[in-house]
Design a protein around this ligand. Structure first.
Ligand SMILES: [Zn+2]
Length: 165
């Protein structure tokens, strides 16, 4: 009986472990280098970007959503990487229920995918981000990196917005 209960507990807790945590003020960056492509996936609760996590109601909130999207679309403004790698940004993809006509309630997230084509990817040594400056509610970013040099994880803060590999 005891083992059945344990097993149930494990089964129930697994999806929670697999899903990234929704913690206000925190974000997650997955950085990968594959051939000439540098990719960054950003995932964060909307709270850290907007201060609210449901559909915009007032004119001011609607404007805030537009402004947020415009900032997030500026890949080369938000992320700086080793100059010698000569990376060119492709158009990012920004996705969130907040852009839908019926976003719903609850804790909404945002996902953004960035991609660069680099002439000399072997020169890439790290990135720094302006996300903290643009979104002051953001306090911490967890980073997972995978590239030709292996895997590395780290944590960025407003005082330490640079990740090297
Ligand atoms: Zn939330």
């Amino acid at each position: 009986m005891r083992s059945v209960v344990l097993l149930l507990g494990l089964t129930l807790s697994l999806p929670v472990l697999a899903a990234p945590a929704h913690v206000h003020g925190e974000a997650r960056l997955e950085i990968s280098i594959d051939g000439n492509t540098l990719a960054i996936h950003l995932e964060t609760p909307l709270d850290g970007l907007l201060g609210f996590e449901r559909g915009a109601r007032s004119a001011a909130e609607k404007q805030a959503v537009k402004t947020m999207k415009r900032i997030l679309e500026q890949a080369d403004h938000l992320f700086q990487m080793t100059r010698e790698a000569k990376c060119t940004a492709l158009a990012p993809q920004i996705e969130s229920p907040v852009f839908d006509t019926k976003p719903g309630d609850g804790h909404l997230d945002l996902d953004a995918d960035y991609r660069w084509q680099c002439a000399k990817p072997s020169a890439l040594r790290g990135i720094s981000t302006r996300l903290f400056g643009e979104f002051p509610r953001l306090k911490r970013i967890t980073v997972e990196f995978v590239g030709p040099t292996g895997q590395k994880s780290g944590r960025l803060t407003p005082a330490q917005p640079r990740f090297a590999w």
